[in-house]
Design a binder for this molecule. Structure first.
Ligand SMILES: [Zn+2]
Length: 250
């Protein structure tokens, strides 16, 4: 089922469930029973198998624990995962933990990669408290793109940082499986990413456009103004006043 998840335990809302024909919960915690909890336990077993054993010395094993029940052992393993991922270790699996699990062990059926949570060139707004709150309607993870596109985000972000010592905020790319998404009319190719302009001065926004124009892997930038720049790559659209939409070639 194309629902923005693949091998990782899915979360959802009434809105996303009605679109995709799923029954995912927004949060799973101790006492819950759901088919996705068996997936979560498999995810935790996999994560545990690829992380140092000293992290898990006092944590009960999930080996052979394949039921749909969220038990105390699930909570304990999830809390190690959360603290190791820089999250609040509350033992509840919601969209923030899902994003972190996607980043750790998620496999895109399209062969795409996940935009990093933070780098020296950008931050992934999808993984911030504000970004997660803004995604409450559907709880989908729009942080996936091609590896070339992710490299380009770093290049343009680092060029911008080198000038202004300010990290750009990368917002939505595509869902990991390229599924149609209710929040965008496009964003299914892995080569489309939105960049927020919150907090940018006009001069900074103009500089960002210049950096995009100069990048050979950027094919188009949609924005509400060209800030006086003339380039066939800039498409002016009034509905892009709060973000740049960047398309890449690869
Ligand atoms: Zn866009």
């Amino acid at each position: 089922m194309a629902a923005g998840h693949n091998n990782v335990a899915a979360v959802g809302t009434a809105n996303s469930n009605s679109i995709y024909g799923t029954n995912f919960l927004g949060v799973y915690s101790q006492g819950s029973t759901h088919a996705q909890i068996a997936v979560l336990k498999a995810n935790l077993r996999q994560y545990r198998s690829i992380t140092p054993s000293y992290l898990w010395t006092s944590t009960p094993s999930l080996e052979g624990n394949t039921s749909n029940a969220f038990d105390a052992a699930t909570t304990a393993n999830l809390m190690v995962f959360q603290s190791n991922s820089g999250l609040t270790a509350d033992g509840s699996y919601g969209a923030g933990s899902r994003n972190a699990m996607h980043a750790s062990i998620g496999v895109s059926p399209r062969g795409w990669v996940r935009i990093f949570k933070s780098t020296s060139g950008y931050i992934n707004y999808n993984d911030t408290v504000a970004g997660l709150a803004n995604d409450a309607t559907y709880k989908l993870d729009h942080a996936w793109c091609t590896s070339s596109c992710r490299d380009t985000l770093y290049s343009i972000g680092y060029a911008f940082y080198s000038t202004y010592s300010k990290l750009i905020e990368v917002n939505d790319g595509s869902l990991m499986d390229g599924a149609d998404t209710p929040e965008h009319s496009t964003h299914q190719s892995g080569r489309e990413v939105d960049i927020r302009n919150a907090g940018l001065t006009a001069a900074e926004a103009k500089k960002f456009l210049e950096i995009c124009i100069a990048n050979t892997n950027v094919s188009r930038v949609i924005y509400y103004t060209n800030h006086g720049l003339t380039s066939s790559k800039i498409y002016i659209r009034a509905d892009h006043a709060d973000h740049f939409h960047v398309d890449t070639v690869n």
